[in-house]
Design a binder for this molecule. Sequence first.
Ligand SMILES: [Zn+2]
Length: 171
Amino acid sequence: MHERGHFRVSVTKDDLVFASAHFITFAGHRCEGLHGHNYRARVTIDGELDEESWLVFDFIELKRIMRDLCAQIDHLVLLPLEKPRIHVTPGEETVAVSVDGKPRYVFPRRDCALLPIPNTSVEMLARLLADRLRAALDAAGPHRLTAIEMEVEENVGQAAVYRVELREGVR
Ligand SMILES: [Zn+2]
């Protein structure tokens, strides 16, 4: 009988890239111009071993889900919907963006990803991807996962990690 331990499984960045445009507003009046990054994601999941398959979670399935999540925002302009200073108005064909009440951009709608986050920082992108991964894992069926850790890197050495516990009290 083995001790009931915990395992961590990770899928690394090289596979999980999305090249997207964004701009960020900072505290005060500073606002970056539109620019792009080759973002890279890395995900680690914690969980108990499934004692039929001897897996925490199927790598292939995890990679497939993560590739889908990256593809959803790849080659798009990432726009935050929950930032009071940035007003995003989707029309039929275009999306108008104003910052601090001043018109700033108009994008073709098909080129935009309208995201339920307050800023397109790597922190918020990591949280968004973790939330979406969690929903996809839950939809895939019962699992024994206890935590998700999502890292998003926008430049080499510039990354944020978001960790969410999936079951309270499970250690
Ligand atoms: Zn940036």
